[in-house]
Write a protein that binds this ligand. Structure first.
Ligand code: AMP
Length: 287
């Protein structure tokens, strides 16, 4: 496995693979890798001839009061996971390699970036879409792999790729979970033992939503209320949002369509966690 911190050298290595007739898959990450990331790299390995994983803690997607400086950096373990998962190349640039101090250009996906996570983390998705656009321009992948864990993020990346005519196919991979349902996240390591136990309530709330959608006539609004009530009754959980929205637009649902997505965000202690699940609503005739 090759490891590169230079954008120019990375581009060259990937072009060489491409000239040799290989298809290229890219898995962008911020490191602190866990089995969720490994599943993305594994999926890329199955679908592409040449797999590049990027590891970059992107400063522009962190707010001023967020955890950029204390975000876990575990490069040696990360490289081991990349190796075991089948990456051919890891691109791990310094901040100065990705951003010139006088940079003026941002990529903004206007509407999708303004709601939910975007409303709670102003500027976050501008940082994400800008860095992912730059990573795509450096790595020039045929396919790029993202987790459903960050549901809004993968929608935004899909929109960006379509709006900018980027020749990349976005593949969204399933959420990898701990045995109690907690979605794996690099931020889970911030949780104390008590918080870790409480954090399982997020996925439990989503399970409740799945059940209400599939087995009752509950409206999207009623499901939101039930999720919120459940989370608000759990110690150590400070709910930020619990919504049931359109899978593509993230807009409110005012009837029971065939499908939707339930998304939750909460603080557990000082750690902010997000999770989501796709919902299938039972048809009226079914009951
Ligand atoms: P991050 O390092 O947090 O920026 O995540 C890098 C990629 O891994 C993103 O596409 C995430 O959605 C994805 N990812 C993070 N956690 C999980 C998980 N538990 N299951 C599947 N994919 C994940």
């Amino acid at each position: 496995m090759m490891i590169e911190s230079s954008a120019a050298a990375t581009r060259l290595l990937i072009r060489k693979a491409r000239f040799a007739g290989k298809s290229v898959g890219c898995v962008p990450t911020m490191g602190a890798l866990h089995p969720g990331h490994a599943s993305l790299i594994g999926r890329a390995r199955e679908s592409c001839d040449f797999v590049v994983t990027t590891i970059f803690v992107n400063p522009t997607q962190f707010g001023p009061n967020e955890d950029f400086t204390r975000y876990p950096r575990t490069l040696e373990q990360d490289l081991e996971i990349c190796r075991k998962s089948g990456a051919d190349l890891v691109f791990t640039p310094e901040v100065r390699e990705m951003y010139q101090p006088d940079a003026q250009t941002i990529v903004r996906v206007t509407q999708l970036s303004s709601v939910l996570e975007g409303a709670h983390r102003p500027g976050h998705f501008d940082g994400v879409s800008t860095v992912v656009a730059k990573l795509f321009l450096i790595t020039e992948p045929d396919l790029a792999f993202f987790g459903q864990k960050d549901y809004q993020q993968q929608l935004i990346i899909r929109r960006m790729v379509s709006d900018l005519n980027l020749p990349v196919e976005i593949v969204t991979c399933p959420i990898v979970r701990e045995s109690d349902g907690l979605a794996m996240s690099s931020r889970n390591r911030y949780l104390s033992a008590e918080e870790r136990t409480a954090a399982a309530a997020l996925s439990a709330a989503l399970k409740l939503a799945e059940r209400l959608a599939a087995e009752t006539h509950s409206s999207p609004g009623e499901i939101e209320d039930q999720m919120a009530a459940f989370l608000q009754s759990t110690d150590r959980i400070e709910l930020q949002y619990a919504v049931v929205v359109d899978t593509d637009t993230l807009e409110k649902l005012n009837h029971r369509p065939p499908t939707g997505v339930a998304l939750v965000a909460a603080r557990v202690g000082t750690t902010r966690l997000i999770d989501n699940t796709l919902l299938r609503f039972a048809s009226e005739e079914f009951h």
